[in-house]
Design a protein around this ligand. Sequence first.
Ligand SMILES: [Zn+2]
Length: 455
Amino acid sequence: MQRRIFARGLLLILILSSLAAGCAPKRLAPLEPGAEPPPQGSSLVAPTLLGVGLVEAMEHLTLTVSGPAVVLDSQSRKRLHRFDQDGGKLQCSRQGDFVVWTVAGARSEHSGVILQPTDPSQRVTHDDKDYRGEFLVIPSPKTGGLTLINQVGLESYLCGVVPWEIGRHGKDKKAALSAQAVAARTYTISHLGSRRARGFDVYASVMDQVYKGSRHEDPLCNEAIEETAGLVLLSNGRLVDAYYSACCGGHSSRVEKVWPRKAETYLVNHLDSTGKGQKAFCSESKYFQWVEKWNAGRLEEILQETLPAYLAYMTMGERPAWARPTFTSRKPGVNPMQPGKLLDLEITDYTPSGRVAQLQVHTEAGIYHVRGDRVRWVLAPASGKPVILRSAGFELEKVRRDGQLTEITAQGRGFGHGIGLCQTGALEMAAQGYSAAEILVHYYPGSVLRQLATK
Ligand SMILES: [Zn+2]
């Protein structure tokens, strides 16, 4: 173990030294090795197994294993069944607060069951997807039905995440894959337990990170994960909230302007280039600039659904204080959940990075004050593709006929929330010769790489 930690430390030194070696054609703000206090606390220890929530509220589950495996009671770890070398199928359903499992006539009820291959290199299968690690089945805590969780090692999990999050690319882009691996690892560790009430750590979807198991792993992504194994980003001694999105449109955003979250020194407004007037790293992205059009009637229909959904969303957690007021009524007794006729749209505030900070939607019911990134859900594209507006970085053009709004056009930039790492920018930086460490410090300024301890 000591040797492994030493080896990782050496890799870190090598990555940091590459900054001084001048391997990139242009220089960015330097990383400051040693500026951070040493890692502290259990959150900087790699988890033995991570719980990835695959599906919830399932009436039945059919799990398959193609080799020797055991079925265990999740509480006592007592063995309930043994599959021989031919493997087999495990059927699960729910009865009351218990999981009922059946295999070839055998059947019993437990608070949870585990399907664990005897050979760790074997995969478990559900819904035509293979997974490393093991399956845990529990009664869904929030609903009826069953929740299926893939319990898997952190690095194995990343192999099922990185190619889906940043794509598959050639060797010239490998530094971006390494940067993505570090960002995804850091995101995962900093969000451990955030879905605890549901019985797992992270969702296998865009709710956290897209994870599709082991069948379509990418050899170059796996190499990038292996070479950065255990490396995470820290700022002021704490794990970075390593958000990333597809294309920032040339300008990353401050987090607190986009979401109801506190400011972070590394999630700030900055140009995605080497300086003012320079070409943005993500400028060749097909999402760098975009146009979305609505006729007023169609947008009015969309708003009848999205504005009430916005009001409901803004009642939870930290959101009311961040977004108040969300609605100003035009007259007493109005029901804000029924917006009615669309009268006007007006952007009343922009963030320093050029994203919409506040949009006012005027309807016959009143004025809806839409804040930050939620504007993307409210102004949903008429085609439904994508489901939400590509980004909050846009200007509106309005056409009126006889004083009536007839057409609305959004001229926009970027794809995604624009906080943290810009994936298309990172790929271009890699192609230009920047190292993974340089890419990371560009997108998370002031952060430093550290090695996770292992249990
Ligand atoms: Zn960008």
